[in-house]
Design a protein around this ligand. Structure first.
Ligand SMILES: Cc1ncc(COP(=O)(O)O)c(C=O)c1O
Length: 382
């Protein structure tokens, strides 16, 4: 079947990006964060590419993600960090997945799961050092540590990790980061004094790894940078470190047509042609992750016979499609079937995910991770 739209994923780029990040992080190890289908790039494929590049750990938010990796035969260490009461933790323990605990009830559930499958569960205790999301706040931390040490003494868990997460991962030089490092260091000291002998202490995301060496501890949890995108507002930062965007999102024109000046385009006629124009119909829409905020804002590159053209999306993005105004196109440069590059590395002059993030007033994380399930991933360079 001809490809109508596809996200081409350069697995070689992911491996090379991880290789570069491993160099920067050393001696700290790298955990490749592959949650949310590898930020849209594909869970298993991204994980294997990251391991090829030297990642010794994989990080996911949810248990199903960890279990999918194991079901696909992915080895190595995997940490899964977000669960609600009553999840099938025994399956995770059986599958040799490390689990996070932010509260004594979670330690109790992990211990019970370990007992069921007659194994020792590996646990990472999470401290809330300021983000006010997961993790135990300072007054709760001693109780969490005590609960974990009790379960460890009972032979059900092994406390292998102590961890936390940054508030300003996109701007690690923010003064809050130094306070978080101090709070994390104090939490680690308290746990160690109580008897915890953790294998890894981890705090940094991509931003921390790249900008705050003192946040690297034993392990860094790196997401966006392994996909070649910058964690910072400064999109050039990733390229200057030698990182290469791994995803190129393309579609093919489904139809072109000539319309007169003053023609209203798409739902609500939020765009009108200024001159007699050729319109191009692009068969990918908001159900595929192309946010409606892209209307009259985000650019795409249309690959023509005698040259490429960067054009802004014309009018409302619908569920399955949007329209671009290809101008007068007197020499019939553009026709149905031509490639439209929504974003990519930027090397051919196409927009990047960072350009899209700026146009949509969001972050590149959202641009790549929301590319929907109807868009096939086409893997290259693996
Ligand atoms: C707990 C945790 N650690 C690490 C990361 C990776 O962050 P980044 O993609 O900024 O490297 C994430 C991503 O959101 C996260 O939730």
């Amino acid at each position: 079947m001809p490809i109508r739209a596809a996200a081409r994923v350069d697995l070689g780029a992911i491996s090379a990006n991880v290789g570069r990040l491993v160099e920067i992080a050393g001696p700290a190890q790298v955990m490749a964060v592959v949650k949310a289908e590898g930020y849209g790039h594909g869970l298993v494929q991204s994980a294997l590419a990251a391991q090829n590049g030297g990642a010794t750990w994989l990080g996911v938010a949810f248990l199903e993600e960890a279990l999918s990796l194991r079901a696909a035969g992915v080895g190595g260490r995997i940490l899964s960090w977000l669960a609600v009461p009553g999840e099938p933790l025994a399956e995770a323990v059986r599958a040799d997945v490390d689990l996070s605990a932010s509260a004594p009830w979670m330690v109790a559930e992990i211990a019970a799961a370990a007992r069921t499958v007659d194994r020792v569960a590996r646990v990472h205790l999470k401290a809330d050092t300021g983000l006010s999301r997961g993790g135990a706040v300072e007054p709760e931390w001693p109780e969490l540590v005590a609960a974990a040490l009790k379960a460890q003494a009972d032979g059900q868990v092994n406390v292998v990790g102590l961890w936390s997460h940054f508030v300003h991962g996109d701007d690690p030089s923010h003064p809050t980061s130094a306070r978080q490092i101090a709070a994390f260091t104090a939490a680690v000291a308290l746990a160690e004094q109580a008897g915890v002998r953790a294998e890894v202490r981890h705090l940094a995301n991509s931003g921390g790894l790249l900008e705050l060496p003192q946040s690297r501890f034993d392990l860094v949890r790196v997401g966006i940078a392994i996909y070649g995108l910058s964690p910072f507002a400064d999109a050039a930062a990733a390229a200057s470190l030698g990182l290469r965007p791994a995803m190129t999102l393309t579609a093919r024109l489904a139809l072109t047509k000539r319309v007169p000046a003053g023609t209203g385009v798409s739902y609500g006629h939020r765009y009108q042609t200024q001159v007699a124009s050729k319109l191009g119909l692009v068969p990918i829409g908001y159900a595929d992750g192309i946010g409606r905020a892209a209307a009259n804002a985000a650019e795409v590159m249309v690959v023509g016979r005698s040259g490429n053209s960067r054009v802004t999306i014309s009018g409302t993005v619908s569920m399955d499609q949007f329209v671009v105004d290809l101008g007068a196109d007197e020499d019939d440069n553009f026709a149905a079937g031509d490639e439209v590059v929504l974003f990519g590395t930027g090397e051919r002059g196409e927009p990047t995910a960072d350009d899209w993030a700026r146009a949509l007033n969001t972050i590149s994380y959202e641009i790549v991770s929301r590319v929907g399930v109807r868009v096939p991933r086409v893997y290259e360079g693996g």
